[in-house]
Design a protein around this ligand. Structure first.
Ligand SMILES: Cc1cc2nc3c(=O)[nH]c(=O)nc-3n(C[C@H](O)[C@H](O)[C@H](O)COP(=O)(O)OP(=O)(O)OC[C@H]3O[C@@H](n4cnc5c(N)ncnc54)[C@H](O)[C@@H]3O)c2cc1C
Ligand SMILES: NC(=O)c1ccc[n+]([C@@H]2O[C@H](COP(=O)([O-])OP(=O)(O)OC[C@H]3O[C@@H](n4cnc5c(N)ncnc54)[C@H](OP(=O)(O)O)[C@@H]3O)[C@@H](O)[C@H]2O)c1
Length: 357
């Protein structure tokens, strides 16, 4: 069961009490959406996957169900992944034209309901969803430009999922970006996203202190901006969206390799790689077998380097054709337009069933 399901049915997150919250949530009005898919992945393994929408007492939800055929040919549930779509009765404020917010009035003391640290994909989309609910939100971004992390990545980088799966809420990637979007276009999209929705984002903002006053349920943040007096931001909620794990690759990991210090050639981390022009026609060993390695090795190999990959463990490799067909295949054939919401569900179901398998 996913945390989405727990949230919908069991906000107390006590799995053993699942039956009680289901009764309280009273799921109803189940509706099957068009585009149920039948997938035979081997002569003996067949799946049926489809999407349903339903309501509980307070939220509209949807779920992706996957059924599998057993050896005796009967159908059994494989997974049911649910998502909370929106609170019942909430109408999207963004109508495709008007921004969510009026231009910000930047002052030395500002009050918002929510403050978010980090204007990456997560920070921006969360700000948009909160503003959609009428919750005033300020985003504080350390870097000088929204989307900056995508500007500094290697030139040949394109997203590894089709465009339809990369849209943030409310605003789609523009038509002009290819199906697999170049990293510069992702950076531009994130910047345009803030502009289109009018989100309040302060860039080059360093948070020097944050304290919480429990009696007034208020966060007070001191924020430094270059060449300006520091400002104070008060907010009821503070959300940290500065990246997870390696912060989207922002924190490079360089393993210690015996003999590295006496190696006469240059040693760089993938985060420092820009393009094959920095390397030229040299012999290059590329350590690892993830997405970065394959992109970089291919870039160098097609520009004259002798490239050897050093792979430590096995990797799941999916071609673009397979990804396209797995994620969007039947729906495209049925000419079903894949909305942002629908894409989220298909991707979530794809990830969960692949993980389970
Ligand atoms: C080479 C590469 C290619 C990738 N390709 C894809 C892809 O094709 N598809 C995909 O889905 N994912 C891809 N990813 C992963 C993707 O970049 C991350 O999953 C995604 O960026 C995470 O979003 P986020 O908002 O959580 O974090 P981030 O995008 O890392 O955003 C965090 C933001 O917080 C800011 N910040 C950090 N610290 C502070 C602070 N103290 N105060 C204020 N702001 C702060 C940062 O400047 C940044 O703008 C790729 C990653 C790498 C490295
Ligand atoms: N859009 C794109 O096409 C694209 C491009 C680049 C990155 N990304 C995304 O960015 C994230 C990071 O990807 P990434 O490829 O940079 O990193 P990654 O997925 O963490 O891959 C790192 C690779 O290095 C190997 N490795 C680590 N230490 C090693 C050692 N000491 N010796 C030998 N091999 C070692 C790992 O092998 P083990 O498995 O054995 O640890 C793994 O194969 C992923 O989410 C990825 O999807 C996307």
């Amino acid at each position: 069961m996913s945390w989405h399901s727990l949230l919908i049915f069991a906000p107390c997150t006590q799995f053993q009490k699942f039956s009680v919250p289901v009764a309280l949530a009273r799921p109803s009005q189940f509706r099957l959406l068009p585009g149920v898919r039948h997938r035979r992945i081997s002569p003996t393994k067949t799946f049926i996957q489809g999407i349903v929408q339903f309501h509980t007492v307070i939220v509209q939800c949807s779920g992706v169900f996957t059924l599998t055929q057993t050896e005796d040919s009967s159908w059994k549930a494989w997974s049911f992944v649910t998502m909370m779509d929106r609170l019942s009765g909430v109408v999207d404020r963004f109508d495709g034209h008007m921004p969510f917010c009026r231009p910000a009035e930047w002052n030395t003391a500002m009050e918002y309901t929510a403050v978010i640290m980090g204007a990456g994909q997560c920070g921006l989309s969360m700000a948009a969803c909160l503003e959609n609910l009428g919750i005033s939100t300020l985003v504080l971004e350390r870097s000088g430009r929204i989307g900056n992390s995508w500007c500094f990545r290697y030139d040949s980088l394109e997203t590894n999922t089709p465009k339809v799966f990369n849209h943030l809420p409310f605003v789609e990637f523009p038509e002009r970006s290819g199906n697999y979007t170049p990293c510069r276009d992702v950076a531009d999209y994130l910047e345009d996203y803030q502009r289109t929705l009018g989100l309040h984002v302060l860039t080059s903002a360093s948070i020097s202190a944050a304290s919480y006053d429990a009696s007034s349920s208020t966060w007070t943040l001191s924020v430094s901006l270059p060449g300006q007096a520091s400002i104070t931001v008060m907010a009821r909620y503070m959300i940290v969206a500065i990246g997870v794990g390696t912060m989207g690759g922002a924190l490079p990991f360089m393993p210690s390799i015996p003999g590295k210090s006496s190696f006469l050639g240059s040693v760089i981390h993938s985060s420092e790689y820009k393009s094959s022009s920095c390397v030229g026609a040299q012999n290059v060993a590329v350590i690892g077998a993830g997405c970065s390695v394959h992109d970089i090795a291919q870039d160098m190999a097609t520009h004259g380097s002798q490239t050897a990959l050093v792979q430590r463990s096995s990797t799941l490799v999916l071609s673009r054709q397979v990804i396209d067909s797995l994620l969007t295949g039947n729906l495209s054939a049925l000419a079903v337009k894949i909305s942002i919401d629908l894409a989220c569900r298909i991707y979530q179901a794809g990830c969960s069933s692949d993980r389970d398998r």
